[in-house]
Structure formats: structure tokens, C-alpha cells
Design a protein around this ligand. Structure first.
Ligand SMILES: [Zn+2]
Length: 326
């Protein structure tokens, strides 16, 4: 017998194998069990718990949140005493970068109850690391990201890694956007990558679709610290093809290379339809790309996360104020 009463309820932590209504029922049951164990009114305990995920009711939580909530309840039960009062608290203090690298305020932040993987970049996070969810407005074609690592949640637009810029390319092309919006920090990353090896200018994709004008725009963005510079989808495709030709460089990490290889693979799959996804059923837009991604025979860091995700744009209002998200 555990604090949760029934052995099947929690000790082994089966939340990863549950989803939807079954997961929600289990969370409900676990709240009642902990309530009985610690002697706190179930409604009061439920409210504490919901502060962690910043929702009004368990019914508003998605599966990512319910799983995390269940892990928390298990830890509270195992640790016993008044531990639950310390753990079930909302973190509201989030220091975000100012200016063009700013991302919207996370809708919730907590320390991870268990190790996991970031819902955007796929990096591992450890138990106790701060993780969080981005605000999300439902609307096609975008899907909601899972728990993100701190870098993706707060810092990715201020201190972009090479693969952060590739992720912007991927999700914009996935969604069928006309272009990819980069801030000046991201422009600097892609400019450096395109120019650190001068011989890249002689590679086939560059000659077919010269990037000199793009380099001028990237440099101007950096000088002016612009919030958004739009690259056309065509230019994004060319940049990816050119980067594929780039030699190994100290600034390109193994994870950057993996993301680039995955991006190249999925762009090719979308162009050739190897799984023969029927256009009569899925059209030729994001639904088609999403289906193909889910059917890939070579899963990647990108296909495992799904999407497309809205990665936010920084905009400037008519009065010159930075508007952080759109
Ligand atoms: Zn991440």
C-alpha cells in the first residue's frame, strides 16, 4: 500500500503510457489520494496544483501538463509531510531579455519533476531544471509545443544557436509561410555561417540563386538591430542547400549538424512524397507535410517533435515601441 492506495495508480509512474481522458482521471484520483494522505481539502489541494501549470481547472491541462502534474503528486506523496506546500507553488519571476530578443512571457514555469526532452529543440533537461510552456492561441496550422528547456523558452532569440535559426526555417516552411522572419541576432548567426568559408560562394546552389543581396540585408539588419528581417521561402531553401555544402566548423556543433541534416531530409521528403501521401486527402500544404513527417522512415530531432510550431516574431508598433509577440 502506498500513499496513493492502489498500486496501479502511481508508484511505477505509468503516466507516459496514458493520454487524454484516462490521464485526466488518473490525475484527479491522485489529487484525492494525496489530499487524504496529507489531510488537506481536495479542492484546496487542486488549486495549489493548478498554480504550477497556471490553469483554472485540470480540464484545461493538456497531456504534457497532466503528466508533469502526476509526477509532482507522486513526489509529494513519496516525500510526505508538508513537502507538497513547497513544491506546489507557482514560479512567477522570469527574467527575460529586453528588446529584439524578447520572447513572450511563459504561460507557466516550473522545476522539472523528472528528466525529459525539450519540446522544441529536443535537448535533454534534468530533474530540477527550470522548464516552461509558451503562451498558445489555438489556430491552424500551428500546434502547441510541449515543455521547453530554459534556452528555448527565454533565451533562444537573444542568444541564438545555429540550430535555433534552422528551427525557424523548418517551422516557417512547414507551416507554409511566405517567408522566415529573423531578428538581428539571428541574422548575425546565419551571416557568419554563410560567410566563414568564402568558397561557399562557388557552390552550386549559391550560383543558381545568388545570395549577395541577402548578405547585404543581413548586414543591414545587424547594423540597425532590426526586430524582423524577412527572407523569402525560396531564399530559405537556398540557404539550407548552401549550408549543406559548408565544411565542418568549430562554431557548428554536432546538434547543429544533426538539425541541418534533419531539415534537409524533411525538405526533400516534402518535395518527393516518398510515403505517397494522397493529395486528395491531405492537400499539398501543411497537413500534407505533417502527415509525411509523421510517416518518415528516418525519424529525426525534428520529426519527433512534430509541429508546425509558431516561434513568435518581434514587431515594432507605430510609436516605435517593441511589441514582443505575434
Ligand atoms: Zn530547447
Amino acid at each position: 500500500m502506498t500513499l496513493f492506495g492502489a498500486e496501479e495508480v502511481l508508484p511505477s509512474g505509468n503516466e507516459a503510457s496514458l493520454s487524454g481522458a484516462a490521464l485526466r482521471e488518473q490525475a484527479d484520483r491522485a489529487v484525492d489520494e494525496l489530499s487524504a494522505a496529507v489531510g488537506e481539502d481536495p479542492e484546496t489541494l487542486r488549486k495549489r496544483l493548478l498554480k504550477l501549470v497556471n490553469h483554472a481547472g485540470l480540464g484545461d491541462c493538456d497531456d504534457h501538463e497532466l503528466r508533469e502534474v502526476l509526477r509532482e503528486l507522486r513526489i509529494c506523496a513519496l516525500e510526505g509531510g508538508g513537502v507538497y506546500r513547497k513544491r506546489l507553488k507557482r514560479i512567477t519571476q522570469v527574467d527575460r531579455p529586453q528588446g529584439i530578443g524578447r520572447l513572450p512571457r511563459p504561460r507557466s514555469v516550473k522545476s522539472a519533476a523528472a528528466a525529459g526532452a525539450c519540446g522544441l529543440c529536443g535537448d535533454a533537461y534534468a530533474t530540477g531544471d527550470l522548464i516552461g510552456r509558451s503562451p498558445f492561441t489555438p489556430g491552424v496550422p500551428y500546434e502547441q509545443m510541449g515543455w521547453q528547456c530554459w534556452h528555448c523558452l527565454v533565451d533562444r532569440r537573444q542568444q541564438p544557436r545555429r540550430r535555433d535559426v534552422l528551427l525557424r526555417f523548418f517551422h516557417a516552411l512547414f507551416a507554409g509561410a511566405e517567408g522566415v522572419g529573423l531578428n538581428a541576432h539571428e541574422c548575425a548567426v546565419i551571416l557568419q555561417w554563410l560567410t566563414e568559408e568564402p568558397a561557399l560562394e562557388n557552390c552550386k546552389p549559391w550560383i543558381a540563386d545568388p545570395l549577395e543581396n541577402t548578405l547585404v540585408r543581413l548586414r543591414a539588419s545587424i547594423v540597425d538591430q532590426r526586430p524582423t528581417t524577412w527572407l523569402s521561402a525560396q531564399t530559405a531553401h537556398t540557404i539550407v542547400a548552401v549550408l549543406q555544402e559548408a565544411p565542418a566548423a568549430a562554431a557548428t556543433t554536432a546538434s547543429d549538424s544533426d538539425t541541418l541534416a534533419a531539415l534537409v531530409q524533411h525538405l526533400a521528403e516534402w518535395a518527393t512524397n516518398p510515403a505517397a501521401v494522397p493529395s486528395a486527402q491531405y492537400g499539398t500544404g501543411w497537413r500534407y507535410r505533417q502527415k509525411l513527417l509523421s510517416l518518415t522512415t528516418h525519424p529525426t530531432v525534428l520529426s519527433r517533435q512534430g509541429g508546425p510550431f509558431h516561434l513568435f516574431q518581434c514587431r515594432v508598433s507605430a510609436t516605435g515601441q517593441l511589441v514582443e509577440t505575434d
